[in-house]
Design a protein around this ligand. Sequence first.
Ligand code: GRF
Length: 207
Amino acid sequence: MARLQMGVFASGRGSNFLSILNAIDERRLDADIRILISNNPEAGALNSARGRNIPAGVINRADFPDRETFVREMFSVLRNHGADFIALAGYMKKIPDEVIHAFAGRIINIHPALLPAFGGKGMYGRFVHEAVVRAGCKVSGATVHLVDDQYDHGPIVAQRAIPIPDTDTPEDVAARVLRVEHQIYPETLQLFAEDKVRVRNGRTYIR
Ligand code: GRF
């Protein structure tokens, strides 16, 4: 059995999910994806999962009578599929605090900027790259961080920077950052698979 038994959450196009799948196929990442969860029935990641016979489903708050039933369903799907680690890959909803606490230290996210700059509520997708270009930044990059109960806030596990040429548009920056995301997310997951990540006083240490 692979060392990381993952649940992946994705809402959109799913290119990070694909990069994780490719890393597993190429044996750069010692992990199994036990379940792909989306809030969005149109998410590209759902198709990628189903195409590979990976269990995948939609869990959407609006489909449940109350929050409690919704959270219980999320827990039971994760448990029933044997997920003991969560990777958020372009998941656009806030994970319920109960789930974050139950998976503390075992739930990570990727953000398309160098946190703590350009993160927080409303800082997602093109809004991030537009803000970076507007600010005149000469570098941006990607951050993988542990998830806590604040947006884009938990301890940073990995970052990689890219230079921003003066002529870059937000779309150019987005494309450059995305290439780096596809490298560092599988690499960082492998650090967890190898149990190399420790957290002390809000800071991570990689053995
Ligand atoms: C990525 O830029 C990721 O950093 C952010 O959402 C985007 C998802 O892209 N959290 P994709 O769906 O993985 O292609």
